[in-house]
Design a protein around this ligand. Structure first.
Ligand SMILES: [Zn+2]
Length: 272
């Protein structure tokens, strides 16, 4: 089977299109990766090349050794991903040590995988360990309201988690662990990848202050749905603040009752 005939590649490209339509991906903003299942790799392996050189990842990630990822390309536009997939995306293989990668498909006009590749791979490793291998998507975008809030709210996990939960009743059900927040850092390097992966041990959503959002999901729908929910909550919170602030709130006990009825475990640190 050709890569572009596969279900996973089509889901990847549809997600990119959906995310662009949300206004989260100006120019070449944002990036995405999918850890391909072994059976999916087997289906498309005949479409791969082994002619490309191995390149250092910049971090050793032994638990991702031998894995294949579909990723967006550095400098490529989400806008063009679906119409020009072989130019804008790639499949990369990680070597047996988890230290190097090579392009086995895509980026036919040259280029590199997303500059956030070290962040993606480090976070795939953390999420795979934390979810027993379930989580396969890592996604980064630039949603307006989240970025705006990062100039106003204190950059603390507790403040963001409680404020976002308290915008819309379903938020604590959709991200019961809360959200992690990282102060401004230079993007694209190992440092922001390591800081994010520390937070990813606890959360599925990381706010990169003055930059955007970094999420993990089991599949494309779950990753998109999570980013969409956080963006909507941030939109509501901007409106609440703009209208002069809260006049009432959902109480800690209300959150606990909600969690009980919906069978989720809320992060108690944020219910004080
Ligand atoms: Zn970014």
């Amino acid at each position: 089977m050709k890569v572009l005939e596969s279900k996973f590649a089509n889901e990847f490209l549809n997600m990119a299109e959906r995310c662009f339509s949300m206004g989260w991906h100006e120019r070449n903003g944002g990036n995405m990766s999918y850890r391909i299942r072994p059976e999916e790799v087997a289906e498309v392996r005949g479409d791969f090349t082994d002619k490309n050189p191995w390149v250092e990842i910049g971090a050793a990630i032994p638990s991702m050794a031998g894995e294949f990822f579909m990723v967006t390309g550095s400098g490529k536009f989400f806008q063009n991903t679906k119409s020009q997939p072989e130019d804008a995306t790639a499949i990369v293989e990680v070597d047996g040590a988890g230290e190097n990668y090579r392009i086995v498909w895509g980026l036919v006009n040259g280029g590199r995988p997303t500059s956030e590749l070290p962040s993606h791979l480090l976070n795939h490793a953390v999420k795979a360990a934390a979810t027993g291998g379930k989580n396969r998507v890592i996604y980064h975008c630039h949603p307006v309201n989240v970025i705006a809030l990062s100039y106003v709210l204190p950059l603390e996990d507790a403040v963001w988690s409680r404020e976002l939960w308290d915008t819309m009743t379903e938020c604590p059900i959709i991200f019961p662990a809360g959200v992690g927040v990282i102060e401004w850092m230079v993007p694209g390097g190992r440092e922001i990848g390591v800081a994010s992966s520390e937070k990813m041990k606890t959360y599925d959503v990381i706010i990169w202050a003055h930059h955007g959002m970094f999420v993990s999901g089991e599949d494309f729908d779950m990753a998109f749905g999570l980013a969409h929910t956080v963006d909507k909550a941030a939109d509501i919170l901007v409106k609440i603040i703009s209208m002069g602030g809260r006049k009432r709130s959902i109480s800690s006990d209300d959150f606990r009752r909600l969690a009980k009825d919906f069978g989720v475990t809320l992060n108690e640190d944020f219910l004080k």
